[in-house]
Design a protein around this ligand. Structure first.
Ligand code: FAD
Length: 430
């Protein structure tokens, strides 16, 4: 039974980047929020490379000084290596070459997510949000079709129903509310699998590129590797491929990792001296979308609303911007016309995330497409700007849409030309 007095204006399920950012924004605007986090931070999490677009939101919530104080790794660009190119011959994209409008600084960050997420949750608390850690939400409570609260429980048997005007699910890939409502749809195209860990003593990156993230292409259309340098000489290294490839290989996770790394000359050279310092982490089946991501009294943010393959490091961008737009939508909903405010939220977020999705889809159809556009004098600037994130900005969206059309045309021309050297090896003549 719902009590007369509510526990908060907003209950937020999950204290990852999406939940903590939303709680901070609400608190800074004078609203009461409670974040309920199942784990106790710091906790490990995948997703260490941040796009330049995230700087804007971190700045907006007053968190950038804390990132500098923590000494997170400054990343000034991205390098792409081809499988058979000479070692350390790569395509370099420096963030500051084409900064987004009003860029705050010429770099973004690579972060240890256990530390970043703990600091962000603390920032929410210090901004005025209530935070419960080690407490899991079991389900969202409804009156009719309106979300009114949550049932929360701790492992020691403590259990309580909490109520608020708006309920936000930020539970990440756990997708608590969408699962409860049967709204989650697995992506029909992608069935990716990732294996990664942290390493030290990797071979050095070339002088001038020590602060670059590297994407290593592996000569398989559905596969790629990442090399993300962090503080203290520690580097996150992972490979992504179609889950079916792993199943068919009959190899252990470690053997499979080694075999994929061996497909790229630069990656295998740089990993020769590497020492693994963490267990293997495995991630799979992570691409999905929801039929809707808002309803009466509820909204989804971050991974809880959709997950797009991580090739362009878009996850935290989606988490932060959906939190930002959710905050605006919630405030509007309290002024009346909740349905209109939440539908506008869905449209705004979908239009941006669709762009990440369509770029990812194109990448998986023809990886060389991106290299081709990145070296083209005509398209390089647009491609770099779009990959820097925030595809919700109208001007970025226009650029991205034009680029996607051109890329599709280029793709179709390439695939229908049996002589083209840009075709995937399996389709090439001879
Ligand atoms: C292989 C791989 C590589 C990736 N690489 C990158 C990258 O380089 N850059 C990038 O930006 N993104 C990357 N991502 C994506 C990134 O990890 C996510 O997009 C990001 O963490 C989303 O933030 P979030 O706050 O929505 O969810 P999360 O960070 O997952 O936070 C959700 C929180 O909810 C809590 N929770 C779950 N269920 C409950 C419950 N019932 N009750 C209470 N709390 C609950 C969880 O404990 C968790 O702390 C990658 C993802 C994968 C799979």
């Amino acid at each position: 039974m719902r009590p007369g007095e509510l526990d908060a204006d907003v209950i937020i399920i999950g204290g990852g980047p999406a939940g903590s950012t939303l709680a901070t924004l609400l608190s800074q605007a004078g609203h009461k929020s409670v974040v309920i986090e199942r784990d106790i931070h710091p906790r490990d999490h995948v997703g260490e490379a941040l796009t330049p677009s995230t700087n804007f939101v971190f700045d907006l919530i007053g968190f950038l000084p804390k990132m500098e104080e923590a000494g997170f790794f400054h990343k000034s660009g991205v390098g792409w290596t081809a499988p058979n190119s000479p070692i350390w011959k790569f395509l370099a994209i420096r963030t500051s070459d084409y900064p987004p409008p009003n860029a705050i600084q010429p770099y973004s960050y690579n972060v240890e997510r256990d530390l970043l997420d703990a600091l962000l949750l603390r920032h929410a608390f210090e901004s005025g949000a209530k935070v419960l850690q080690g407490v899991a939400v079991k389900k969202v409570l409804f009156e009719g079709d309106r979300a009114v609260g949550v049932r929360a429980a701790a492992t020691d048997g403590w259990e309580r129903d909490l109520f608020a005007r708006t309920i936000v699910d930020a539970s990440g890939r756990r997708c608590l509310l969408a699962t409860q409502l049967g709204l989650k749809r697995k992506d029909p195209q992608f069935n990716q699998y990732a294996i990664y860990s942290w390493f030290k003593t990797l071979g050095a990156s070339p002088p001038g590129f020590e602060d670059f993230l590297f994407l290593h292409f592996l000569g398989l259309e559905r596969a790629w590797g990442w090399q993300i340098p962090m503080r203290n000489g520690i580097v996150s290294v992972g490979v992504v491929t179609d889950k079916g490839d792993f199943r068919k290989s009959g190899k252990s996770h470690e053997q499979f990792f080694e075999s994929l790394i061996g497909r790229n000359r630069t990656m295998s050279q740089t990993m020769q001296s590497a020492e693994r310092i963490k267990p293997w982490w495995i991630e799979g089946d992570y691409s999905y979308k929801m039929e809707q991501f808002s309803g009466r009294g509820w909204l989804l943010v971050g991974d809880a609303l959709r997950f797009v393959d991580p090739i362009f490091s878009s996850g935290v961008d989606v988490a932060l911007y959906s939190a930002l737009f959710a905050h605006e939508a919630i405030e509007q909903s309290w002024r009346g016309n909740e349905q209109g405010a939440f539908q506008a939220y869905e449209k705004r977020v979908s239009e941006g995330v669709d762009i990440w999705y369509e770029l990812t889809e194109l990448f998986y159809r023809l990886q060389l497409l991106f290299t081709w556009f990145a070296i083209s004098r005509r398209h390089r600037q647009d491609l770099v700007r779009v990959l820097q994130g925030n595809p919700y900005l109208p001007e970025t969206q226009t650029t991205a849409r034009q680029l996607i059309v051109l890329m599709r045309e280029f793709h179709d021309r390439t695939i229908s030309n049996p002589e083209s050297l840009l075709r995937p090896a399996g389709l090439r003549r001879g």
